[in-house]
Design a protein around this ligand. Structure first.
Ligand code: QV4
Ligand code: CA
Length: 506
């Protein structure tokens, strides 16, 4: 209620809650660990033509180089300075990417890691992506500069200096998260240094920020640096536009810190999504063989939709589980549902292949992006069939996901409507008079007549194919004058789903 009042008070100005995507687009894609040069090309050749509104990029600032294990993806969450210099590229390449993506209407969202610097065991030297000297033991980061005064060592009350208990909100904010040197964001100097870094990115033309580890910062400290941020660059955004803010707060319940503690600062990423669709375990994904039927999972999601709180819905499962090839399909079903449902602002994950360790019978989930032996990141190559090469997975280029991103754009603003279910794992719903989606996650075939709410005509199912030259490359659906259509989906179908929308009508 508080939240709704707050939004009402803002009137037409959405402020930091507005995703700042170009009109007609409704989703962004996380191009995890991609090089800036490849993102610039992807904006021009793929994202703009298919209606993606933006890209979340990996942290652009200098980080520690970790060699054991060799160059894990997570080294990027250990800042050394705010120079724009990483495996993704240097400052010139970053500027070029932002300019070129903005010029085709695809906006850039930066992952801001400002709760901490590198781990306390990071050593000293110049093993950083721009070669800046640092000494973790001494708390010395001269390339910022930060020194011992700028860290929370004195404020943290645990014996180890680490977060030991998530039930104590003081240690969650003031102590080290897995050894990461915790910045004293109560200090004006630290706040203004962080704001200066973010303002440089705003000047270059970024549209917003993901705030990493927001749970580990006091909401008031975050507000203090956000209040110092400039409006967006008027070369691409209208005067007075505030940067879009979405904060990473993993709130699965049971802790004193909740996502809503952060709503005043901006949106909060929705981790319950993965949980609600995956039997409470955010790692499990979208399964019909868990404790809950797909129907129940969807009904739970609908309940949230009704809450209407300003949260960002993103697939809550961690990206690495996605790459495994494990239940990729389960996860992609979850994405389709997410993209069809009106709730939240959506972010699609795009990843790279991980190696499977037969010794551990597990996936090496630390593995960094496809790289050469010297650690440099490999380019994203594009195959003749439009998929990606060099071990880049490019889920956002899968027809089903790409077409559901389009579906979401087409049905934008239409109400959730015409819900149907068989009391088990077959469900369907529409979006006003613009789109309709049907899922068969049962072990038996589906053959039903459903009210779609759509105008009469022949539609292409955008899951099994596309509309090309006024014909369907996949299945067709016939909607009669009364809005009814017959859906037959085999439980053996490769993708036991169908989706139709008014832009894919013959
Ligand atoms: C190790 C030991 C510590 C020791 C420390 C000493 O485990 O006990 O004190 O060395 O230096 C890596 C390693 C971790 C290591 C640490 C420091 O995995 O073992 O500590 O570095 O060297 C990512 C990874 C982390 C990684 C971190 C920094 O997930 O594994 O840690 O980057 O490289 C909570 C939070 C939530 C957070 C999540 C991971 O509430 O906010 O934990 N999620 C975000 C990001 C995540 C990122 C961070 C926060 C940190 O989504 O990707 O962590 O920026 O749920
Ligand atoms: Ca902190």
């Amino acid at each position: 209620m508080q939240v709704l009042l707050l939004l009402a008070g803002l009137g037409f100005c959405w402020g930091q809650y507005n995703p700042n995507v170009q009109a007609g687009t409704t989703s962004i894609v996380h191009l995890f660990e991609w090089r800036w040069a490849d993102i610039a090309l992807e904006c021009e050749r793929y994202l703009a033509p298919y209606g993606f509104g933006g890209v979340q990029v990996s942290p652009p600032n200098e980080n520690i180089i970790v060699t054991d294990p060799f160059r894990p993806w997570w080294e990027r969450y250990q800042p050394i300075s705010y120079k724009l210099c990483t495996r993704s590229g240097d400052e010139n390449e970053f500027r070029d990417m932002v300019t070129r993506c903005n010029n085709v209407g695809v906006h850039i969202y930066v992952d801001a890691v400002v709760n901490h610097m590198c781990g306390s065991g990071g050593g000293s030297g110049t093993h950083s992506t721009c070669g800046s000297y640092f000494n973790a033991g001494e708390r010395d980061f001269p390339a910022v500069p930060y020194s011992g005064w700028d860290f929370n060592d004195g404020k943290c009350q645990t014996a180890s200096g680490e977060i030991e208990n998530y039930g104590d909100m003081y240690q969650v904010r003031d102590c080290r998260l897995t050894g990461l040197l915790d910045l004293a964001l109560e200090k004006d100097y630290v706040r203004s240094t962080v704001a200066e870094y973010m303002n440089r990115l705003i000047d270059i033309g970024v549209a917003g920020f993901r705030i990493d580890a927001a749970k580990h910062m006091w909401p008031g400290d975050i507000k203090a640096f956000l209040d110092q941020l400039k409006d967006l660059n008027t070369e691409w955004f209208s005067a007075g536009t505030r940067p879009f803010i979405y904060q990473e707060v993993i709130d699965l319940g049971g802790e004193p810190i909740t996502g809503s503690d952060y709503f005043e600062n901006g949106r909060v990423t929705e981790f319950k999504y993965g949980g609600q669709t995956g039997d409470g375990d955010p790692q499990v994904g979208w399964r019909k063989d868990g404790l809950l039927s797909v129907r129940m999972k969807m009904l739970r999601l609908m309940h949230w939709g009704a809450l209407g709180s300003p949260v960002d819905r993103s697939p809550g499962f961690s990206f690495h589980s996605d790459l495994l090839g494990l239940q990729v399909k389960d996860r992609s079903y979850g994405s389709w549902f997410m993209l069809a449902h009106p709730y939240g602002f959506t972010r699609v994950m795009s990843s790279f292949l991980l190696t499977f360790s037969f010794e551990l019978q597990d996936v090496n989930d630390w593995v960094g992006p496809p790289s050469e032996s010297d650690g440099s990141t490999k380019a994203v190559t594009i195959n003749e069939d439009t998929t990606c090469g060099n071990d880049w997975v490019c889920e956002h280029r899968w027809r089903q996901i790409r077409n559901m991103v389009v579906f979401r754009n087409v049905v934008d603003g239409e109400p959730f409507s015409n819900w149907w279910d068989n009391d088990s794992n077959q469900v369907a719903f529409g979006r006003g008079s613009k789109g309709f989606i049907v899922f068969n996650n049962d072990d038996w075939d589906m053959n039903v007549d459903l009210q779609t709410g759509l105008p009469a005509g022949t539609y292409c199912d955008v899951i099994s194919g596309d509309k090309e030259d006024n014909r369907c490359t996949g299945s067709q659906v016939y909607v009669s004058e009364d809005g009814l259509a017959n859906f037959q989906i085999s439980s053996q179908a490769e993708d036991p789903f169908m989706a139709i929308h008014v832009n894919a009508k013959l």
